[in-house]
Ligand binder design. Structure first.
Ligand code: NAG
Ligand code: NAG
Ligand code: NAG
Ligand code: NAG
Ligand code: NAG
Ligand code: NAG
Ligand code: NAG
Length: 455
């Protein structure tokens, strides 16, 4: 499919005119056409609906392909918003098939295939996409299948369960879920951010304060452990053996985005001034750090293009989450909407790459194709373009305002598959515990040895 916006741009080029963008976002129709073409190009990276392939995932995880499991979940969220903003339901069946295929045996987004790299954040991204489906009124799955709200609750319940919480660093979630994984000793912002975000949204959707109590507790933990400082900088994480004081100070846009959206939901749910203040302060910090010159910029890795495949997809979540903030905290719209507009103008200017002359790049502030292509890069621009329609889109619903998704307070609560034991380690136990760990890691190396996880 070639959009008319694209044809017009090609015509300008052919006529020798200066066209620095293949796409237009001048009108609602242009935005829809542009988004449709970018979505189609994004879906060229997906093969899960072809015979012999696994539904739900992008090619991977490494070394089998570039993409970790979570990014598929994030992509379905992007496409759920794409449908919500544009009304184009071409991919709805694909989305539903994918989201349901990956639920795992306990319907909590912990499929055994991905155990070796299963983090709370990975599970959380799938959970946030299920939550979004409920909030956007995305068509409910057949009754005999897991429902969107229940899936989000399942993710929340497994993450709120005692076996995911221990006293190291005074609380908080670890990055990895199975204790044999690399990164189990790391407590980080994105794992806790996803949990916070889902908690805030479940509270608003269901009206149940159990969820907001956890969100409140998670925010406080972030502040106390100094992963969020008093200037609203959010840092990546720290290790339990250092009581999380060895803070990795890298700042990534998805951390700010996930907490910002959660804080906005907390304000919408509680109507408390302090949540408005937190939302606004975090917004100000976020725009300052991640939108220099009003263009999305992945500050930790963009300058030297040291971004990993994961990091190459963060800008899109930021755009979508900022857009949603304008609906649930409308008083902040004047600060957000002009930035999203300018940033998106820069984004589409990169979409002039490769043989089709419309492949999108990553370095938006260059306003030209930078040679960096992939599902993340394409998904970022899709998110930015389709979110421009936020002003015409329905606000996220709740159970009381038109939401139809069925929940289950006990969903996902069958316990962890991993037999995680969190007995506090006393000095006397330490030697024994680490020997046990070494024995088990040695055994696990045979199973998981092919995996290597980069921080
Ligand atoms: C998979 O989905 C894409 C996008 O909708 C579609 O173009 C393609 O034909 C589908 N492939 C199969 C084998 O169904
Ligand atoms: C797990 O992997 C197998 C083998 O690749 C595949 O057939 C199956 O669909 C996968 N299950 C999920 C939930 O992805
Ligand atoms: C660990 O850090 C927390 C703050 O996150 C602090 O309250 C606690 O006292 C520290 N514990 C130790 C043993 O240093
Ligand atoms: C929210 O709080 C404001 C004052 O801060 C008040 O004017 C408004 O009525 C409250 N709205 C609701 C729904 O409670
Ligand atoms: C909460 O969100 C709704 C949209 O769903 C919006 O109309 C309302 O103004 C928001 N409440 C606050 C306090 O901003
Ligand atoms: C959600 O709404 C439905 C229909 O109005 C109602 O039956 C159900 O009890 C509500 N659930 C919750 C958790 O409030
Ligand atoms: C609120 O949610 C919690 C946690 O899922 C659940 O145990 C409790 O029954 C719910 N409360 C109500 C009033 O539904």
């Amino acid at each position: 499919m070639v959009s008319s916006a694209l044809r017009a741009a090609v015509a300008v080029l052919a006529a020798g005119g200066v066209a620095n963008a293949a796409y237009s976002i001048a009108t609602t129709d242009d935005i829809k056409e542009t988004a449709a073409t970018i979505a189609w190009d994004l879906m060229q990276y997906y093969h899960g609906n072809e015979s012999g392939q696994t539904p739900g995932i992008l090619p991977g995880p490494p070394p089998a392909g570039d993409y970790y499991w979570w990014e598929g979940g994030a992509m379905w969220g992007t496409l759920i918003d794409y449908w919500h903003f544009t009304g184009d339901d071409s991919y709805n069946k694909l989305i539903t098939d994918a989201m349901l295929w990956q639920v795992g045996p306990f319907e909590n987004y912990m499929p055994p295939n991905v155990t070796a790299s299963l983090g709370n954040d990975d599970q959380g991204f799938w959970g946030m996409s299920a939550m979004l489906a409920a909030e956007n009124g995305f068509p409910d799955p057949p009754e005999d299948k897991p429902q969107w709200l229940a899936l989000a609750q399942a993710v929340f319940n497994t993450q709120a369960a005692p076996d995911r919480h221990d006293d190291t660093c005074n609380g908080g979630l670890r990055w990895q879920i199975p204790w044999v994984n690399n990164g189990y000793n790391y407590k980080n912002s994105i794992a806790n951010g996803c949990f916070f975000n889902i908690g805030a949204r479940l509270a608003r959707y269901t009206g149940n304060t159990t969820y907001s109590d956890w969100a409140e507790k998670t925010w406080d933990w972030m502040v106390n452990v100094k992963l969020m400082d008093d200037k609203y900088n959010i840092y990546d994480g720290g290790h339990v053996e250092h009581n999380c004081t060895d803070i990795n100070r890298a700042q990534f846009s998805y951390n700010n985005g996930v907490f910002l959206l959660g804080a906005a939901y907390m304000y919408n749910f509680t109507n408390e001034t302090r949540w408005l203040q937190r939302t606004e302060d975090l917004l100000d910090a976020t725009l300052k750090i991640f939108f220099p010159g009003n263009v999305a910029y992945e500050v930790a890795c963009e300058e030297h293009m040291s971004c990993t495949t994961d990091m190459l997809s963060f800008k899109g979540y930021m755009h979508r989450w900022l857009a949603t903030v304008t609906q649930i905290v409308p008083v902040l719209s004047p600060k957000i909407l002009p930035v999203l507009q300018k940033s998106t103008e820069a984004a589409i200017a990169t979409c002039i790459g490769e043989a089709n002359q419309r492949t999108c790049g990553f370095k938006w502030n260059t306003r030209t194709y930078d040679g960096s292509r992939g599902a993340g890069q394409q998904m970022n621009v899709l998110a930015a373009v389709s979110s421009l329609l936020i002003g015409q889109a329905k606000s996220p619903v709740t159970n009381g305002t038109g939401g139809t998704s069925k929940g289950d307070y006990n969903a996902g609560g069958q316990g962890d598959q991993f037999g995680v034991v969190h007995a506090p380690v006393t000095t006397g136990d330490k030697a024994g515990a680490s020997i046990l760990t070494i024995l088990i890691l040695a055994g696990a190396a045979g199973t998981f040895g092919w995996m290597s996880i980069d921080l």
